[in-house]
Design a protein around this ligand. Structure first.
Ligand code: SAH
Ligand code: SF4
Length: 341
């Protein structure tokens, strides 16, 4: 085929987001038939959507093998990871379940099932945009211009598939989302952070810290026994040296676990050492788990004390608390409902 056919196919797939070969109307019929008999386009089936339009919306997708994953669409918001012009952020999943078993997290509660393939990661963006285009036939702009890899799963444990997907989502012929608008969140896989530092992409990095000492972190994140804070810190420093950009430390505030004011100094020290910014996030309750968010007053106290240490931080009274927006919750609930039926 002449090479311009490839450009046409990419345009249909990524810019116009058609879901089948039939819709590629400027390809000759014979070519469409040939493509159709050799390749299939697997789209995600929307099983459930929670949240009203123009607020945080959560999508529960069914994959071809029946597994369930989530993506969350977050509308225009003051910058958390990027600059103020961010319009829509999509939070995508990278695995079915998660093997890391953080004690507070719904995604890991029923273990790890499998890695998502590159197309299943890319499709979360395309399927969300298709859904949006169906609701807003007049809209011509692309919807998602900011990505956070913070859905279900540990992205750096599915390294190759994630990188392949992000390469496609970043490419001008693909998703056209700037690398600086893509934030990868990890629970702290130190060797993979170093590997990511050596890639050419300028992705942003967020670390799910949630504890500023090994003592606290060991209690809630088993991964810390494998890669304790000293090792994680060195990997983050390396990332920063290679990329020259600010890392974000995520710190969920959990009542009685990591919200004591005694944690502020070690957290501040770590943030200063890494020149990192801290996002404080009040814990989202997960059904069946005993953890609670601290009162707003304790949250404010922790936040003020951290600011007093000279650390750039935000206290994110997050959107989506009411729609099971913490990663993995909607899937867990739905799977349990389906099992009981
Ligand atoms: N596995 C990766 C990315 C997915 S988790 C990681 O751990 O970084 C995305 C973020 O949601 C992580 O910071 C995670 O710790 C946080 N999280 C998980 N459960 C939560 C809950 N119930 N309330 C608030 N944040 C939660
Ligand atoms: Fe996995 Fe991240 Fe949840 Fe930990 S917080 S169980 S690494 S998804």
């Amino acid at each position: 085929m002449p090479s311009y056919r490839a450009a046409q196919v990419l345009d249909w797939l990524y810019a116009r987001r058609v879901s089948g070969w039939e819709g590629m109307t400027n390809l000759p019929r014979e070519l469409r038939d040939r493509l159709n008999s050799h390749f299939s386009i697997h789209t995600l089936a929307l099983l459930k959507k929670q949240g009203a339009n123009d607020t945080t919306q959560k999508f529960l997708w069914r994959l071809a093998d029946g597994a369930l994953i989530e993506s969350v669409l977050i509308p225009a918001n003051p910058a958390l990871y990027g600059d103020a012009s961010d319009r829509h952020t999509l939070c995508v999943s990278t695995q079915v379940g998660c093997a890391y078993g953080c004690k507070f997290c719904a995604s890991g509660l029923e273990g790890w099932k499998r890695n998502l393939t590159p197309n299943e990661i890319v499709e979360q963006v395309l399927a969300t945009e298709r859904w949006h285009a169906a609701q807003n036939p007049a809209a011509t702009d692309r919807l998602v211009n900011n990505l956070v890899i913070m859905g279900m799963g540990e992205p750096l444990a599915n390294y190759d598939n994630l990188l392949r997907a992000l390469e496609i989502l970043n490419a001008p012929w693909g998703g056209a989302i700037g690398a600086r608008k893509i934030t990868i969140s990890t629970s702290g896989l130190a060797p993979q952070i170093r590997r990511l530092a050596d890639e050419t992409f300028q992705f942003r990095l967020a670390i799910s810290l949630h504890g500023a000492t090994d003592d606290v972190r060991n209690r809630i994140m088993p991964v810390n026994r494998k890669f304790p804070l000293a090792q994680l810190t060195e990997a983050c420093k390396y990332y920063q040296k290679q990329k020259g950009r600010m890392i974000t430390l995520e710190y969920i505030l959990i009542a009685g676990v990591n919200d004591a004011l005694s944690q502020v100094k070690p957290l501040g020290r770590l943030a200063s050492l890494l020149h990192a910014k801290v996002n404080l996030i009040p814990y989202n309750r997960v059904e069946g788990l005993p953890w609670e968010r601290p009162s707003e007053q304790s949250q404010d106290e922790f936040f003020r004390a951290l600011n007093a240490e000279g650390v750039t931080s935000t206290l994110r009274r997050e959107k989506g608390h009411d729609i099971d927006a913490a990663c993995g919750q909607l899937r867990l609930k739905t799977e349990r409902e389906m099992a009981s039926v």
